[in-house]
Design a protein around this ligand. Structure first.
Ligand code: PLP
Length: 489
């Protein structure tokens, strides 16, 4: 690596990315390419000789950008946001620049120490109970994704339970979820060896806004315990993927506590909002949970990947995930003076993720971060108000954060459609989303809850402003106008 060459080429890349942001609104938000498009554009094998960066960047512009769905576009309202920020990008650059592999403390002391400091800072901002912080006997770790965090927790819970009841009872372990819990839990349970027959999915209803009902949980647990099964793990969600519903933590955790169940609180999307005091009531009861995670790469202005996981009992994790090969032996570890994060996660190698979170926290400060979150929530409120004024649409569930769930009302569809049933209503709404997305002007995605297709409008891209929300609403209305002409569908 030649530092001067790096400086020169690095500036070219920074300029390229800055230009990309300057022009981002010109691109179709959702990529419009067909599957396999790139194979036709690039050579069959890698070049034998070096190619200049200028040429490579030209190809990025010509061949790669058309195949990109622009998650950072202000007109991106799909899935959950992946909110980038200048500080997040710069922190990522610093981390990539150092390119350390901080699996244990000695492999890069600052990587470990900054991570534990930043996790305590962030935990305090969220008003997490002291017991989740290093300063209170718990602690936090940065993982890649919630899927990884979920797997680590379930393995920790499994081993903790098996130490108590004996490995011969493995087949009795039961995991509890709702039908709105993210599918990553099912995958984690599968990898952890939980019998698929012992994976309880508790149904939710529209009447209770798709939350996990404590009464139903208790009934399921009672049935299992009567049959000699062993309740192991419960995942409660703050901000479910489809409707951003919030499970009633206090009641769920109290029931779980009675039965010694490990509770993981998955707040992948909505957890970030809890830095604002007005959202912290959603975490009420969390003191009885075992672990809590959120994705800072979703709604906390940090680039992918950055899943923040806090646990009350780090030893449960380390007992399940520790390895101690000769090649990694060192004094600090042996004297028990340090954290070795390799023992808190699946992989050995790990990135210096704390730098980007540190930059975000320091470069913006708590007050601005709260205001950024609030600005997204206020834009979502505004969007909700626009929908409320057009009687052809209905808000599907009350909005809690910055995602609005809505659809064209069944009553409107019944007036323009020859056949009318729930399936036809779903088809209409599917068609609306498809036609909006193919315009390239904005990007929206959907969810299906209780068999009902809903349109989700998720605000969180850092560049989004009221004018983008207003424009998006106009595009949605225009496409609905065409679709609702009798006989057009
Ligand atoms: N949990 C919830 C509630 C989510 O919405 C998502 C993704 O959107 C996940 C977990 C999975 O997150 P990850 O991609 O970080 O594994």
């Amino acid at each position: 690596l030649d530092p001067e060459e790096f400086r020169k080429q690095g500036h070219m890349i920074v300029n390229f990315v800055a230009d990309y942001y300057q022009n981002i609104e010109k691109y179709p938000v959702c990529s419009q390419v067909n599957p396999g498009y790139l194979q036709k554009l690039v050579p069959n094998s890698a070049p034998d000789n070096p190619e200049p960066l200028e040429k490579i960047l030209q190809d990025v512009k010509r061949d790669i950008i058309p195949g990109i769905t622009h998650w950072q576009s202000p007109n991106f309202f799909a899935y959950f946001p992946s909110s980038g920020s200048t500080a997040g990008f710069l922190g990522e650059m610093l981390s990539v620049g150092f390119n350390v592999v901080g699996f244990n403390w000695i492999s890069s002391p600052a990587a470990t120490e900054l991570e534990s400091i930043v996790m305590d800072w962030f935990g305090k901002m969220l008003n997490l109970p002291y017991s989740f912080l290093f300063s209170g006997g718990g602690g936090g770790v940065l993982q890649g994704t919630t899927c990884e965090a979920m797997l680590c927790n379930i393995v920790a819970a499994r081993d903790q339970m098996l130490r108590k009841i004996g490995r011969e009872n493995f087949g009795k372990l039961v995991v509890y979820t709702s039908d709105q819990t993210h599918f990553s839990l099912k995958k984690a349970a599968h990898i952890a060896g939980i019998d698929p027959e012992n994976f309880r999915v508790i149904p939710t209803t529209k009447a209770n806004e798709y939350v996990l009902c404590p009464k139903s949980l208790r009934l399921a647990i009672l049935k299992d315990t009567k049959e000699g099964m062993v309740p192991l793990f419960l995942c409660a969600t703050i901000g479910t993927t489809s409707t951003t519903s919030v499970d009633p933590l206090r009641s769920l955790c109290e029931i779980a506590k009675e039965y010694g169940i490990w509770v993981h609180v998955d707040a992948a999307y909505a957890g970030s909002a809890c830095i604002c005091p007005e959202f912290q009531h959603f975490l009420d009861g969390i003191e009885n949970a075992n672990s809590f995670s959120l994705n800072a790469h979703k709604w906390f202005f940090s680039t992918l990947d950055c899943c923040c996981l806090w646990v009350k009992d780090p030893s449960a994790l380390t007992k399940a995930l520790s390895t101690n090969p000769e090649c990694l032996r060192n004094k600090a570890t042996e004297l028990n003076q340090v954290i070795d994060y390799k023992d808190w996660q699946i992989s050995l190698s790990r990135r210096f993720r704390a730098l980007k979170l540190w930059l975000v926290l320091r470069n913006y400060g708590v007050t601005s971060l709260r205001n950024l979150i609030r600005s997204h929530v206020n834009m979502a409120k505004h969007f909700e108000g626009l929908i409320a004024m057009d009687k052809r649409f209905e808000i599907f569930v009350p909005r809690k954060f910055a995602v609005v769930c809505f659809r064209i009302s069944p009553s409107v569809i019944s007036r323009v459609s020859t056949t009318f049933d729930e399936e036809q209503v779903n088809k209409f709404n599917t068609k609306l989303v498809e036609s909006i997305n193919s315009s390239g002007k904005l990007y929206l995605t959907h969810g299906v809850v209780g068999g009902i297709y809903i349109i989700r409008f998720a605000i969180g891209a850092s560049l989004t402003d009221y004018r983008h929300v207003d424009m998006a609403w106009k595009v949605i209305q225009d496409h609905a106008n065409v679709l609702l002409i009798p006989g057009s569908f």
